[in-house]
Design a protein around this ligand. Structure first.
Ligand SMILES: Nc1ncnc2c1ncn2[C@@H]1O[C@H](COP(=O)(O)OP(=O)(O)OP(=O)(O)O)[C@@H](O)[C@H]1O
Length: 235
């Protein structure tokens, strides 16, 4: 099967600082990939390039038209209702109905006509997920979408994202600092270091996965050790 995303020799520098250095990455349709790396390693830079928020440089060989992004903060327009935010820019006759259906899927049907300011942090991120989902993306880019949430809300969001992924099967690229989150959700966990993908761990456990699964804990420990060694070398 052809990859949905293919990056071959992607480089990106800010002045003299090389952040991505001939990076190679391929993601299969429907695959869930998590990307770890220490702060400043270029994870968000890569996601911005793939989201099209930055100029798409040579090196991005394949990138689907239909892609959507969820950031750490929900980025909802405060002067529009939740449903209007989700429907924003949707070019289809049933945009409003589609937005409401997506909100129902993320458990926010009752807040469709609310103003964003009245939502909790978790609800606002659900709305951001609905806004991404309604676009039926082939590639969903998630840039630390749960990082600002409390631990319990984060756990609920993990199971929601897992459910949504299994129901719709977009390919997902999830940038996270949370190694546990990465092994819980992804099929493949990558480490970005020195501008390149330096490591990959396959997570073969069946979905849906449980917090506290010992097989996942072992993978998590391995990845933490790997990140720890790399951090020790670079600091
Ligand atoms: N627009 C920009 N102009 C100049 N430098 C930038 C710009 N965007 C990012 N950088 C630099 O590129 C490097 C990588 O940043 P990036 O945000 O991609 O890292 P990250 O891995 O996402 O970090 P974190 O985990 O802390 O979010 C950093 O040194 C950052 O200062």
């Amino acid at each position: 099967m052809k990859p949905v995303l293919e990056v071959q020799g992607l480089s990106r520098a800010f002045g003299h600082r090389v952040v991505l250095d001939r990076l190679e990455l391929s993601v299969a349709p429907g695959e869930f990939v998590a990307l770890l790396g220490r702060s400043g390693s270029g994870k968000s830079t890569l996601l911005r390039v793939l989201a099209g928020l930055d100029a798409v440089p040579p090196g991005v060989a394949r990138l689907p038209q239909r892609r959507a992004v969820v950031f750490q903060e929900p980025r909802l327009m405060p002067w529009k209702t939740v449903a209007q935010n989700v429907a924003l820019g949707l070019r289809r006759d049933d945009a409003e109905a589609a937005a409401r259906a997506a909100l129902a899927e993320v458990g926010l049907a009752a807040r469709a006509d609310a103003w964003p300011i009245t939502l909790s942090g978790g609800e606002a991120q659900r709305a951001a997920l609905a806004r991404a989902l309604v676009r039926q993306p082939d590639l969903l880019l998630l840039d630390e979408p749960f990082a600002a949430l409390d631990a319990l809300t984060r756990i609920r969001m993990h199971s929601l994202v897992g459910d949504l992924w299994r129901a719709h099967r977009p390919a997902i690229l999830l940038v996270t600092h949370d190694v546990r989150e990465a092994v819980l959700l992804a099929d493949r966990v990558l480490i970005l270091e020195g501008g390149q993908i330096t490591h990959q761990t396959e997570v073969s456990a069946a979905h849906p996965r449980r917090h506290g699964d010992p097989a996942l804990a072992a993978l998590e420990a391995g990845l933490l050790a790997r990140l720890g060694v790399e951090q020790a070398l670079t600091h």
